[in-house]
Every structure is written in structure tokens, then in C-alpha cells.
Design a binder for this molecule. Structure first.
Ligand code: ATP
Length: 589
């Protein structure tokens, strides 16, 4: 497929904010794809070049991109800097400048659609794989050469792809909807594709299997070593007694809930890979966990699920999440491994020696886990009680709180308590300590806009517009305007913190009422944790919007708690969860 064909769709996508229109544009594009390029098309529309977990990074920062544009355009870098100041987008600069040289009549430029989706992909992969000394120069020259052989419009998007700034606003679920529309007749048939995606975490692979083997092929996609599985998530309730009603089994297992980082470990012989909740490879961050899994899991091959928590070995207690955050680093890993040790608390097993355990019940999985984990300093199994009595579960919870844990996660022991990748269902229910506020839990919301600060807040933002994620619609719907809870320092830093997500118009897939129109807009990228007093109905916010009644749901008296860097925007609190909380509150009253 010619790259220019892909760009025709990019241009249409940029002009629309309607999700149905986006799905139609993408479905038309996908219908023209072949086995050779369908995966690449899916990655490109998401602004990527491969599945996220493969850790393939182009390594092209803004500075290098500017140098490459200068080289391709035959101008000095200063000229590129000046243009950048004026238009604020490297794609636009590449469009203008490299094109200018072309107009000058140098005959090695071709005006034809020289690039194809495949050649662009191969070129970008080459750039990504250049490492070691001299690699910076290789990357720069390779990008410059691609820009030179492209036509002006292609350059615009090449520069954006190379710098990770494609800005089409397309989400994973929208691509899956489009694949369903193109191959299965309607976006309504997304469920099977989504299930496969949850298991393999590679949208390009799902697309390829769908194109080659149809829906049956997609249904046969299985869990595989070294390919992360989307983690199963927990529901929440507003009263502890609801746990027993909702969980679907008489006997409930209540496990300790740790406040750390969700980590999935893949063991193959002595080799171990660790994946974060965002499905990125974080193996290098936790060398002691890698060694423990390698030596103390009694299985040749296994996929394990658990939480890595900072641990004080002198006092024999878990440390708060903030402590663990200091282990998120590329440099000085050894020093911080000693300074802030961790424990890997295992609570699930998904695969062992060639056999998937996803369709086994929780009790069976737990039994297997207990058989293969050798307790040791850095690795352990979650402590728990099993009971059909709420009183015993409550006692266990109180004990967890006494020991400064976050709370508990209750797990169904029913025969069908399978591991449901990527799903937030009633098989797992979390219960945390009710803090001082009325709301028993916080919300993780996505920043989509901001309002200019006045007076003391002049020069920064006065408040942020925050949204919940609507999974069915793959949209972000606003739920509050957040202005309290920030320290002066945090407030002052907001513009800088959010600057790479800044957009000059409301981003695609963000639904806002006229009343809430913001002064600044942000692509849904940054997540923060917010505490509020209650959920109310409101005509100002679009969360769980009810068309006929012209109102949605709003969080009252929101207060900033902390940033949540470990979460991707589609892992924010869902609109469906907010609606559940609202219903729960109504029942309490
Ligand atoms: P929260 O912000 O409440 O931690 P979350 O939105 O990050 O929740 P949830 O799915 O709502 O994620 O809560 C489950 C999370 O709790 C898991 O993703 C995991 O990281 C963590 N966790 C800690 N202990 C356990 C446990 N024993 N079983 C399952 N998950 C656990």
C-alpha cells in the first residue's frame, strides 16, 4: 500500500472528532490492506511501529528530528528552530522546509508517491535497531533520507511518526471496532477480537490472524511466553456485605492488598522477563525479582501474576507506594536495589510448562502456585483467609489495616472463577479502608483540559478538566473540574508536566459540554488519583451521559491525591464504575 494512501486516511481522521466516522475511515482503509501490511497499518494509526511490549523505540528526540529535517532540507538547524517556534509542530516544519528545497529544483527529489507503508515501516525499524557508537548519526541520516524521498504531505506524517507525535487520537478499541467492521460486518462483533487482544497484547498480530484465518483463527489465539497478558482487574462495592452477594461463590478468599506495582513474570528456563501493568518490559528495574523467579519457581516455564512492593527487611513491614516509585529508573539501578529493596508477592499463575491455566478456577490456580513457589527473601505468596462468613472476612480486613496494608482483594472460589484477562468483573472485588471522606474509594481520572489560572495562580492552571474512560465507546467523558489538593509547587509545575500532551483543539474521543469548554486541551495521557465527596447528576459533565435527560455524572468536591504514572489512559476509572458508585450511593441513602 502506498504511504500516500495511508495519509489520505490520516487527513480524514484528523478532521473528525466523531468516533463512528473514525471507525468508518479506518474500516475502509483496513479493507484495502494486505497480509503484508495490515499489522503495520494498525501500528501506524496508533502512532506506533510495533506492539508496545516489544520495547522497540526509535530513539529520535526533537533535537535529532530537527537535525534530520535540516539535513534533508539543506538548511541549518537554526532555520528549523525558527520555523518550529512559528508553527509548533515538526511535521509542519518538515512539510514546509523540505518541500522548499524541492521547489528549488534539485532533481534527486521525486514528486511521485515513492514510499509504501512497508518501506516506511522497514526504514523506521532500521532506525530503531541502530544502537551503539555512531548510532545517533545513522538514525539522523536515515530519517533525513526518508524525508528526502517523500512528497511534502508524506514528510509531514513521517516526521510525526518518527517523533511519536502522530496525534490522530485513535485508541486501541477504535482500531478493534474498525477491524470488526471491516471483517465481521459490524463493530458490534468486537468482543472476540478484544478477548484475543487481551491475551496477546498485540493489535497488529490480531489483525493479521483475522485477515489470514478469520474469526476462528482469532478465537484460537493462545497465551504465549514472553508476550504479556492484560491483567485481570477488581471491581469495587460500596458496602462490605455486597462482596458476598456479588462474588458468585459461597466461599470467598480474602487476600492482602498491597500498594505496589502490578508485575507479570514470564519464566523460560533461567530467563525471566517482567512486564508492568502498562505491558512494558520492566525486567531491568527489578534484578532481585528476576533472580528470585529464576531460582525459586519450581517450573521450567511459567507465567505468574503479582505485586512488587517496597519492603523494609529490618522491621519486616511493607512500605508505601511512594517508596517504590524511586525504583522507577533507568540509571543507578544497582544503588537503588540496595537502598529500596522489594518483595514480589505472587497471587496468580496463568501458564505452566506449556499449559494455559487461564481457564482453571482460582482455587486450582492457587494450589498450583503454592506447589511451585519456594519461599525466599524476595518472593512470597499473598497471605489470605477463605471463609463463607462475612465476620471472618471483616476480621481479616481489620488485621490488614492494622498492619498498614491497603486493604484486601476478595476472590471468587466458584468453578468458573477463571483468569479473565483485561476484565474488571465481580470475580475479584477490592475493599479498602474508608478514609475520612464519604466516598469509600478514589477515582483515577484522565486530564483532558485546563482553565487559565487567575490571581495567585496566574501563569499556571487554575483547574484541570478530568475525565473517566468509557470502555464500550472508547471515549473520555468528563466528570470534574479539579482545582484543590495541589501544593503550590505542584501547581506551578502543571504546565510543564502536561506540555507534551497539549493540543490546540479538543482531542478526538473527548466528550465535553459547552459549559465545561476549557482554555487548554490535552490528549488523554496523564492520569491522576482524585478523592471526592460524592457522585451527583449534572448537566455540566458528560460521564455516563443520558441523551434524553441531558445530564451526566459529576464528582463533587474533588481533591488531587497523586499522579498515577503506572496507568495508561484506558486504565482510568471507567464511566461504568462511576455509574456503579452513583447507584451504590443511592441505595445507601
Ligand atoms: P487501586 O488504585 O485501588 O490499586 P487499581 O485501579 O490500580 O486499583 P484495581 O484493579 O482496581 O487496580 O485493583 C487491583 C489492583 O490491586 C491490582 O491491579 C494489583 O495491582 C493490586 N493488588 C494488590 N494486591 C492484590 C491481590 N492480592 N490480588 C490482586 N490484586 C492485588
Amino acid at each position: 500500500m502506498k504511504f500516500s494512501r495511508l495519509i489520505r486516511s490520516f487527513e480524514k481522521l484528523e478532521k473528525t472528532s466523531s468516533r463512528n466516522a473514525m471507525i468508518n475511515v479506518l474500516a475502509e482503509l483496513i479493507k484495502e490492506a494486505t497480509m503484508k501490511n495490515i499489522d503495520k497499518i494498525c501500528y501506524f494509526v496508533l502512532g506506533e511501529i510495533d506492539a508496545g511490549y516489544k520495547n522497540i523505540h526509535l530513539g529520535i528526540g526533537d533535537e535529532m528530528a530537527k537535525s534530520a529535517i535540516a539535513l534533508a532540507a539543506g538548511v541549518n538547524k537554526q532555520k528549523v528552530e525558527e520555523e518550529m517556534k512559528e508553527v509548533g509542530d515538526l511535521g509542519e516544519v518538515a512539510y514546509k522546509l523540505v518541500g522548499a528545497k524541492q521547489k528549488g529544483g534539485e532533481d534527486f527529489f521525486t514528486f511521485e508517491d515513492a514510499l509504501s507503508v512497508e518501506t516506511v515501516h522497514t526504514g523506521l525499524l532500521k532506525i530503531a535497531t541502530a544502537v551503539g557508537s555512531g548510532s545517533q548519526e545513522i538514525k539522523k541520516k536515515a530519517l533525513a533520507a526518508m524525508l528526502e524521498s517523500a512528497n511534502p504531505k508524506e514528510r509531514r506524517y513521517l516526521a510525526r511518526l518518527a517523533t511519536g507525535e502522530i496525534r490522530l487520537g485513535v485508541g486501541d478499541m477504535t482500531v478493534l471496532d474498525a477491524l470488526a467492521a471491516a471483517f465481521l460486518g459490524s463493530k458490534k462483533n468486537r468482543a472476540d477480537l478484544e478477548h484475543a487482544y487481551n491475551i496477546c497484547s498485540d493489535i497488529g498480530y490480531v489483525a493479521k490472524v483475522l485477515a489470514k484465518r478469520g474469526l476462528e483463527g482469532v478465537r484460537r489465539i493462545r497465551i504465549a511466553l514472553n508476550r504479556p497478558i492484560r491483567p485481570m482487574l477488581a471491581q469495587r462495592v460500596s458496602e462490605m456485605s455486597e462482596i458476598m452477594e456479588k462474588i458468585g461463590s459461597e466461599v470467598v478468599a480474602a487476600e492482602e492488598k498491597y500498594d505496589g506495582e502490578r508485575i507479570q513474570a514470564h519464566k523460560e528456563g533461567t530467563k525471566v522477563k517482567l512486564f508492568s501493568r502498562r505491558l512494558t518490559d520492566v525486567t531491568d528495574q527489578f534484578p532481585e525479582v528476576v533472580e528470585s523467579v529464576s531460582k525459586h519457581i519450581k517450573a521450567e516455564k511459567a507465567i505468574l501474576d503479582g505485586e512488587v512492593v517496597a519492603y523494609d527487611f529490618d522491621k519486616d513491614v511493607f512500605c508505601p507506594f511512594q517508596k517504590l516509585m524511586q525504583r522507577r529508573r533507568k540509571y543507578n539501578v544497582k544503588e537503588y536495589t540496595e537502598k529500596i529493596p522489594v518483595k514480589y508477592m505472587l497471587f496468580d499463575i496463568l501458564y505452566i510448562n506449556g499449559k494455559s491455566y487461564m481457564r482453571k478456577s482460582y482455587p486450582e490456580r492457587r494450589k498450583k502456585l503454592e506447589q511451585i513457589v519456594e519461599n525466599e527473601k524476595y518472593i512470597d505468596i499473598t497471605r489470605r483467609v477463605t471463609s463463607s462468613e462475612l465476620k471472618e472476612i471483616d476480621e481479616f480486613f481489620q488485621d490488614c489495616i492494622q498492619r498498614c496494608l491497603e486493604g484486601m482483594v476478595c476472590k471468587s472460589c466458584a468453578d468458573n472463577s477463571y483468569y479473565r484477562a483485561g476484565a474488571r468483573e465481580w470475580l475479584w472485588i477490592k475493599w479498602k479502608e474508608s478514609y475520612a471522606s464519604d466516598l469509600s474509594d478514589t477515582l483515577d481520572l484522565v486530564v483532558v483540559g485546563a482553565y487559565a489560572g487567575k490571581g495567585k495562580r496566574g501563569g499556571t492552571y487554575g483547574a484541570l478538566l478530568c475525565a473517566a474512560y468509557n470502555h464500550d465507546e472508547d471515549m473520555f467523558q468528563t466528570v470534574c473540574k479539579l482545582g484543590t489538593g495541589f501544593s503550590d509547587k505542584q501547581l506551578g509545575r502543571l504546565p510543564d508536566k502536561l506540555k507534551d500532551a497539549k493540543r490546540d483543539r479538543p482531542p478526538a474521543r473527548v466528550l465535553v459540554t459547552k459549559e465545561m469548554e476549557a482554555d487548554y486541551w490535552f490528549a488523554p495521557k496523564y492520569i491522576l488519583e482524585v478523592r471526592g465527596s460524592e457522585i451527583t447528576e449534572s448537566p455540566a459533565h458528560t460521564c455516563n451521559w443520558r441523551e434524553g435527560e441531558n445530564r451526566g455524572l459529576a464528582l463533587r468536591f474533588p481533591r488531587f491525591e497523586r499522579w498515577r504514572p503506572g496507568k495508561a489512559s484506558d486504565q482510568a476509572t471507567s464511566v461504568q464504575e462511576v455509574a456503579g458508585m452513583f447507584l451504590g450511593q443511592k441505595m445507601e441513602k
